[in-house]
Design a protein around this ligand. Structure first.
Ligand code: G6P
Length: 381
């Protein structure tokens, strides 16, 4: 398939800009657009049977790289919305030390390409283990992929397709956002089945999801120029720290991964509350700290963690809503994002971090779409 850059300097930037459309496509594919609390049917239409989703005791998620980060967001959603204990594993680790299996375990492999060797091997092992248990259990294996025709598609009995379109840039952007959307649909489906939230709460969540495409557009329109300017400040920077908590901890990891993949700058993503147990020793005026601070359960905590970094002279950059005075007072530099329910915020907070990584790398004249030593999909162990 020939995919053009359509006037963008790199595929990665084009793919960042495609994200509002990707979220719209996922909303259309996964959710009943007419749904309201008055309806007596599921708000989702992901088409997974009762044999896959009923009576779950636990979920385990297996993935690599950016897909593993999507899995961490998925864990937050499955636990906090649907109330199902969930574990997330690196496929390369899991395949040599699998967790004990119980009958009502749903195993989910997340792979954009559907071809990552470690993820496929871990899932094949899970399939094998299941076939030795009682019948009916084989159904509880699910793949989340952008390529349903891939090896993964042939391996597992159930697929949620991510509607991102083909992704060329080696550093994943739009496929990540689509994977997170798939987890919203799965978590909401399970929440509905288990009646873990009221219909009104689900309706509110769906309303929030529907706002996301326009909110991503707003970030792209209002922040890209600014982030491009900001990138000039980091011509000499050698280390970055990214902090987040709760549902935005995986976004801190993803922001750090994007930056190291394409700019070759050392970056660490950390849960903000853990900074005092190590990374704080690295901080000085030369190490920028990017903190994701969204109103919700951990907002005050994150701000006070950021203030600890300030005491070490670090430059503090905050991804935070425009109208939060305490955040504005805490950070030296603000990258504003719309006010949104915390549970929906990762889809928004990841966008400026993608743009920051992109512009820092592009400014250094690097091959953004084909970074050194990396492959789009790793088909060998
Ligand atoms: C490679 C790519 C990453 C990707 C990872 C997992 O390392 O460079 O961008 O996140 O593989 O790929 P998958 O296709 O399994 O999602």
């Amino acid at each position: 398939v020939m995919v053009e850059k359509q006037g963008f300097k790199h595929y990665m930037l084009k793919e960042i800009y495609e994200q509002p459309g990707v979220v719209r496509a996922c909303l259309e594919a996964y959710f009943d657009t007419e749904w309201s609390a008055a309806k007596a049917s599921s708000p989702t239409k992901i088409g997974l049977s009762d044999a896959v989703l009923d009576d779950l005791q636990q979920v385990q998620i297996i993935a690599c790289g950016t897909s593993w980060h999507a899995g961490l967001v998925g864990k937050y959603l499955l636990e906090q919305l649907a109330g199902i204990p969930t574990s997330v594993h690196y496929a390369s680790e899991y395949r040599y030390s699998a967790s004990p299996l119980t009958k009502n375990t749903l195993t989910i492999g997340v792979t954009q390409s559907g071809e990552t060797a470690d993820t496929l091997a871990a899932l094949a092992m899970e399939q094998e283990r299941r076939s030795t248990l009682s019948s009916g259990f084989e159904a509880r294996l699910l793949g989340i992929t952008n390529r349903p025709e891939s090896s993964l598609g042939h391996l597992v009995p159930n697929i949620i397709e991510t509607h991102a379109g083909i992704e060329i840039g080696v550093a994943a952007t739009k496929t990540f956002v689509a994977q997170v959307m798939a987890f919203y649909s799965l978590a909401i489906d399970l929440t509905y089945r288990r009646q873990a939230r009221s219909s009104e709460a689900l309706e509110q969540l769906l309303d929030g999801l529907r706002q996301l495409p326009a909110q991503i557009e707003l970030i792209l329109e209002s922040q890209e120029r600014y982030i491009e300017e900001l990138a000039h400040d980091f011509a000499e920077t050698q280390d970055f720290i990214f902090l987040g908590r709760g549902i935005n901890f995986p976004i801190a990891l993803e922001g750090a991964l994007k930056l190291k993949e394409i700019s070759y700058i050392h970056a660490e993503g950390y849960p903000a509350g853990e900074m005092k147990h190590g990374p704080i020793a690295l901080l000085d005026a030369k190490v920028p700290v990017v903190t994701i601070a969204m109103p919700g359960t951990v907002f005050e905590k994150v701000l006070s963690n950021a203030q600890e970094a300030r005491a070490r002279d670090a430059r503090l950059i905050g991804v935070t809503p425009m109208d939060e005075q305490e955040a504005a007072d805490t950070f030296d530099t603000l990258i504003p994002v719309p006010h949104v329910d915390e549970i929906l915020s990762p889809i928004l907070t990841v966008i400026p971090l993608q743009l920051l990584a992109y512009h820092i790398a592009a400014r250094r004249g690097l091959d953004v779409d084909q970074p050194r030593n990396l492959a789009k999909s790793v088909t060998v162990e």
